[in-house]
Design a protein around this ligand. Structure first.
Ligand SMILES: NC(=O)C1=CN([C@@H]2O[C@H](COP(=O)(O)OP(=O)(O)OC[C@H]3O[C@@H](n4cnc5c(N)ncnc54)[C@H](O)[C@@H]3O)[C@@H](O)[C@H]2O)[C@@H](O)CC1
Ligand SMILES: Nc1ncnc2c1ncn2[C@@H]1O[C@H](COP(=O)(O)OP(=O)(O)O)[C@@H](O)[C@H]1O
Ligand SMILES: [K+]
Length: 493
């Protein structure tokens, strides 16, 4: 699925109106119907609905939603905030229609803002994708009232006050909804960690904007959802054998961190690799043989560290980093790895930290290598950024400059290709914020590379499946209690 900018969405609306053709008022009706359909599936008509409308088309949506919900028997009250004289034509047309159904409450002063008790469901239709400056004055006060209320809030299209595709100031007034119901496509703002409180759980509803036009519109931003991920999965041939699925090598695990090698190795196996060898510090031999009987174990000459490489010829992909440590002897082994490796690689964790401390290594990293930094590791690699948008741009430049596939980890992990395109991930949950989750991802990615998935596909699919396993684990164990080994246990294709 594509993610488009505010101006592209405006153009898409206009194209649909002109070419379908459909009147803009009918398109608004379609948007309102899609929203109402979403709402009715979750809240029955005993719920009291309080709708706050601005005077643009987002407010027009709010009015249409009010009329439709009222028609379905929901107790609805509609409040129009008069922060301006100007109203859009479609807002006005909906206002005229609604007048026949319901009394409309005008908010002209702060005193007109109603009480918002916990049992109500508040609909935020103040401002949508047309936001052009921070909400101020009366709008700011209404936004404050919504945020101060204990009631649940649902934003229409996007939280009022939140920019779709650029950074907000920390002092901006923005609604903090429990849910955002977005029209047609997700918005770039939803992917940004700092926007968490201003998005809540987000959902996309189809309002029938032109698919032809969406296909024609160029964007660097995509969303890897279930259909996109399914498209990447390869079927297993009847006559395939373990040789078909490659031989992965993981360089992971030093004294006190052998669990990282175990987690990564377990995930690599469960992601379908034919054969796995884990190269560990000597002290890990027995641990690994017992913990992962399906894997072969190669031991370093050093008791506690990885300092040498095994013969690399047998392997079809190499993953390096989990539980590695940053000792100088390990750095030397990584230097040799860059010299000798002829197959695709994944670099993670301490391998990335060593890269940050040794820019010469970074320059020599083979094109197409996959790296999996979390934001702190990325900062060490590429430098500081002031906000999420700036970090994303920095990561795009970094991927392009070094010809790497960057998996910038977090909720909605951004998989960034060497051509600068960004693929945000749909799956995963906050239960995965637990030590070892990243090691699991490294194992999955190494497995897919070993099976000859191109690095871009391996990254998108691996990140997606890692999140799916995390979601299954959280259902089985809860977000709080799940641990990284539960993610391995819940991997499934
Ligand atoms: N045909 C369409 O264009 C459709 C639009 N839809 C809805 O329309 C929304 C976009 O509508 P609009 O473009 O009218 O934009 P908004 O409803 O977001 O309203 C913005 C209007 O308020 C002004 N404004 C922007 N920021 C302001 C601020 N901080 N304080 C005061 N005024 C401010 C703008 O100049 C503009 O006139 C979407 O989010 C969606 O909800 C849907 O009905 C689907 C169809
Ligand atoms: N809130 C979250 N929502 C979704 N995924 C998350 C969340 N927090 C962490 N994750 C995922 O868990 C993994 C954590 O990796 P990392 O920080 O390297 O952990 P570790 O170093 O402990 O293995 C990443 O893949 C990340 O995307
Ligand atoms: K809104």
């Amino acid at each position: 699925m594509k993610i488009l900018s505010a101006s592209q969405v405006r153009e898409l609306d206009a194209y649909t109106i002109q070419n379908e053709p459909v009147s803009s008022l009918d398109l608004m009706e379609r948007a309102a119907r899609a929203f109402v359909c979403w709402l009715c599936a979750r809240y029955d008509n005993r719920k009291r609905i309080v709708i706050f409308c601005g005077k643009g088309n987002n407010g027009g949506d709010g009015l249409a939603i009010g009329r439709l919900l009222s028609g379905k028997g929901y107790p609805v009250s509609v409040h129009v905030v008069h922060y301006t004289q100007k109203a859009t034509d479609d807002f006005q047309a909906n206002l005229d229609q609604l007048g026949d159904f319901l009394a409309i409450h005008d908010i002209r002063h702060v005193e007109d803002i109603p009480n918002l008790p916990a049992g109500d469901l508040l609909i935020d239709a103040l401002l949508g994708s047309g936001l052009s400056r921070p909400a101020s004055g009366l709008l700011e006060k209404v936004i404050g009232a919504l945020n101060d209320s204990p009631a649940e809030v649902i934003s229409v299209d996007i939280a009022s006050g939140l920019y779709m595709d650029k950074v907000n100031d920390t002092t901006d007034a923005v609604v903090k909804p429990n849910h955002t119901v977005s029209f047609q496509l997700p918005k770039l703002a939803f992917m940004m960690p700092h926007n968490g409180p201003f998005v809540g759980n987000w959902h996309v509803v189809d309002i029938g904007l032109s698919q032809t036009r969406i296909d024609q519109t160029e964007t660097p931003y995509y969303f890897t959802d279930a259909p996109a991920a399914r498209h990447l999965i390869r079927a297993r041939e009847k006559f395939s054998h373990k040789g078909t699925f490659g031989h992965a090598l993981l360089l992971a695990g030093s004294y006190g961190k052998m669990g990282a090698a175990q987690l990564s190795g377990g995930a690599c196996l469960r992601a379908g690799v034919g054969l796995l060898t884990v190269h560990v510090a000597r002290c890990g031999y027995t641990i690994m043989q017992i913990a992962l009987p399906e894997a072969m174990v190669s031991v370093d000459i050093h008791e506690q560290l990885i300092t040498t490489l095994p013969e690399l010829a047998p392997y079809t992909a190499i993953g390096v980093g989990p539980g590695l440590g940053k000792e100088p002897q390990t750095l030397k082994a990584l230097d040799e790895l860059i010299e000798q490796a002829k197959v695709p690689m994944v670099w993670d964790a301490d391998a990335l930290n060593l890269l940050s401390e040794n820019p010469d290594l970074l320059k020599r990293l083979p094109a197409g290598t996959l790296i999996t930094p979390h934001p702190k590791e990325f900062e060490r690699l590429a430098g500081k950024s002031n906000d999420d948008y700036e970090r994303l741009e920095l990561a795009r430049r970094f991927a392009q400059e070094h010809s790497l596939v960057v998996c910038l980890k977090g909720a909605h992990t951004a998989v960034i290709f060497p051509n600068g395109s960004v693929h945000f991930n749909a799956t995963g949950n906050a239960g995965m914020a637990t030590g070892g989750s990243g090691d699991v991802l490294t194992g999955i990615l190494t497995s897919l590379l070993a099976q000859k998935y191109p690095p871009e596909d391996a990254a998108r699919l691996g990140v997606y499946q890692h999140g799916v396993a995390g979601d299954r684990a959280s259902r089985a164990r809860s977000k709080v209690s799940m641990i990284a080994s539960d993610i391995v246990e819940n991997l499934g294709w």
